[in-house]
Each structure stands twice: as C-alpha cells, then as structure tokens.
Design a binder for this molecule. Structure first.
Ligand code: PAF
Length: 285
C-alpha cells in the first residue's frame, strides 16, 4: 500500500495512474474497525484503485476534549488496510488540509444542520462538509463510500455534493451498518466501553427494532411522540445514563410526529450515552 502525507505527492501518484482507472474513496478518522474495512473492501471490489484517508478533523469536534480523546491507532490501521489490499492511504496533517489563510466554506444545508446530531453538536456538520469537500477536491474519486450508521452525516454529505455540483463527478455509495454478533453497531467509540457496557449497549438496536415492529404492525395512526417517550424510557431502564433523542424522519430528513400510512419510508434514529460514551444508531422502515 502506498502511503502519502503530502497532497502534491498523492496527486502526482494519482495522475500517474491510467486515467481510465476508476477511483473509490473512503474518508475516515482512523481507529479503524470492521465497519470501515467493509467500506474499503466494497470500494476495492467496485474500483480499480481505492484510496482511504485518515484525518482527525479538528473543526468537526464541538468540544476540544473529544478531539483530544479521539483514539489514534495509525500503526494498527495501516496493518489492517494492508491486510485487505487497500491501494493507497492518505494521512495529511492539519496544516496541509487547512493551510494558513485557508477560508472555510459555509454551506447552506437547511434544517438538517440544526436537528438531532446538529442540535447536540453545533458546527459539526459544517466541519464535516468542509473536510469532505476538501478531500474530494484532492483525491478526485469517482465513487465515495459512506457508512449508514452515520445516517444524518450521509444525508448532509449528499446535500453538500449537490450544493457544490460535486455530485456530477462523484457518486456516493451508502453502505449498510456493520454490527457485532449481538447487533451492536460497530463504532470506534465502542473501544471505550467495559464488557458490561458493551452488553448493555445492545439495547439500542433492540429498542429501535421494537419501535419499527410497532409501526409496521399498527392498523391505525401511530403517535410517534409517545413511541419516542416509551422507547427513551426503555433505553434508560436498560442501563443507559441519558438519551439525547429517539426520533423519526422521512426521506427528506424532516422530523415526523405521527404516521398514518405505514408504507411511508422512514428512519428511526437515536443517540444515547452509556459509561460516558455517546452512541448513535438508526433503523430504516
Ligand atoms: O465519519 C467520519 O469518520 C468523519 O465524519 C468523516 C466523514 C471522515 C469526515 O471527517
């Protein structure tokens, strides 16, 4: 695997490649797990060349402390990427992504920027859009691979590529959430949980699944506010310390309160904290 820290060297390498080669790109912040590797493997299957990036993007962290605490496991990450045959790893530093005098962009993302994750992590999605836009400009991939565990992030990035017309040259591939044998969505944050915490954390997907089943089985209107309250209570009773939200959105990422036609596609999203670790998950209906 080729490893580049400098933008110009990466670009020179990519230019040297046959121009007819398709390039797949997997942006990450490192601390790689099976979920990331599944994205890289999908890209390898579908493209001639796969580029993965590892960059802990300071500007997407609302709290300085979270940035400092973010796990950095570069040596292990390199080994994992090599073991699955990734072609190229880009590991830039903060100064090359945001050189002195660099002006951050402001994206008009609409309401999606301020609800759910956006409400609890002000500025987060502008930070994500800035870095993904910058990385896409550098790597110029044909396909971008994103994991659906971060469903709101997927929708935000899709919108950013639309606003910037990047969608004309890069297709986004959304990939299913990878889970452990108990259903817990894989996340770099799981590394901070005890065995007991990991066991209890499986309650999230169980309660999301229960809510989905309630909606699918309903013959009349479902009061989603009530379902959200009951599910939140259930999460707390299963050992979580707090729940930020348990919410329902339609395809346009609009929050919905009642549902009368259970054929309407929707997604249930939740964020909750256990042992001081904030986890998110979602399920599609
Ligand atoms: O999901 C992540 O790991 C990050 O938000 C991303 C997309 C790599 C941007 O920093």
């Amino acid at each position: 695997m080729k490893i580049f820290e400098q933008i110009d060297l990466l670009k020179a390498y990519l230019n040297e490649q046959n121009q007819n080669k398709s390039v797949g790109f997997v942006p990450t912040m490192g601390a790689l797990h099976e979920g990331h590797l599944a994205l890289v493997e999908k890209s390898i299957q579908e493209n001639d060349l796969t580029v993965c990036s590892i960059f802990v993007n300071k500007i997407q962290f609302t709290f300085e402390e979270d940035f400092a605490k973010y796990p950095r496991t570069l040596e292990e990450d390199i080994q994992l990427l090599e073991s699955i045959g990734c072609n190229c790893l880009f590991v830039p530093n903060q100064d090359s992504i945001y050189p002195e005098g660099y002006t951050l962009k402001a994206y008009n993302l609409g309401d999606i920027e301020y609800v759910l994750e956006g409400l609890y992590r002000p500025g987060h999605f502008q930070g994500v859009c800035n870095v993904v836009h910058r990385l896409l400009d550098i790597v110029q991939p044909h396909q971008l691979y994103l994991g659906l565990k971060d469903y709101q992030q997927c929708k935000v990035i899709e919108k950013m590529t639309h606003l910037t017309s990047l969608d004309k040259r890069v297709a986004i591939k959304f990939c299913e959430t990878i889970r452990n044998e108990d259903g817990l969505a894989l996340s770099s944050r799981n590394k901070r949980l005890s065995m007991n915490g990991l066991n209890k954390a499986t309650a999230l997907i169980k309660i999301l699944t229960k809510a989905k089943e309630r909606i699918l089985a309903a013959e009349n209107d479902v009061d989603l506010t009530l379902l959200s309250q009951e599910s939140t209570q259930n999460i707390l009773e299963n050992g979580f310390d707090s729940v930020d939200y348990f919410a329902f959105v339609n395809e346009n990422f609009e929050l919905i309160q009642t549902i009368s036609n259970n054929n309407q596609p929707l997604t249930i999203l939740t964020a909750a904290t256990i042992e001081g670790v904030r986890l998110i998950d979602n399920i599609k209906i």
